[in-house]
Design a protein around this ligand. Sequence first.
Ligand code: ADP
Ligand code: MG
Length: 238
Amino acid sequence: MADVSLSGIRKTFGNIEVIKGVDLNVASGEFVVFVGPSGCGKSTLLRMIAGLEDVSAGKLAIGGTDMTDEDPAKRGIAMVFQTYALYPHMTVKENMGFALRFAGMDKREIESRVDEAARMLELEALLDRKPKALSGGQRQRVAIGRAIVRHPDVFLFDEPLSNLDAELRVHMRAELSALHDRLKTTMIYVTHDQVEAMTLADRIVVLRQGKVEQIGTPLELYNEPANTFVAGFIGSPS
Ligand code: ADP
Ligand code: MG
């Protein structure tokens, strides 16, 4: 667990500024959801927190340590993407353990972490299968498992459920919520699904054209949207 603090974060691609000064404090153990229209900068912001994208200006701290220019591997972060490329030639177990093996972790420790994640995600019966023998939901659980085994301080999710059908999304949403209750890991989650945001979030951050439009609990945003843009996203009638 760790808190995440962004101060005056900016991102420029070429001469276009796509993140225009974002200030945000995510408390340790908090579940924060980013929403906003396509192209508003949700993924870019997440990628900067993960260290997959350089920060053009501003400061990023994780667990009180300045991480603005730190190596991604040293940030204590694991990220789950919308397109979860599993290694097709590896079993579920090997997929989940691969990054740990690559990092040189002890074999027994890897096995215990994979077992633990498999239990949490109900993947125990599927550990020896290859990805092509899994359903979409099962594959996405493996992708989440790959993140869990790393025991990160912070989880980042970029629209992890948007490739799943509606029924499965509802199911996975409940699983993610249970997972957060269980692990109490800090989570930053991007979605364009309003129901997902309302049900998962401790607080929602509404982004618009690279700026924070409003931050609040789902109830606060629902009851007191700052403007019609926020209201449109959160779905209150005003
Ligand atoms: P979102 O995830 O909210 O849909 P993104 O963070 O992907 O938005 O993109 C924000 C803006 O930054 C968009 O205008 C997008 O075209 C631009 N952008 C993202 N990545 C790059 C890149 N590598 N090079 C240039 N422009 C980019
Ligand atoms: Mg995106």
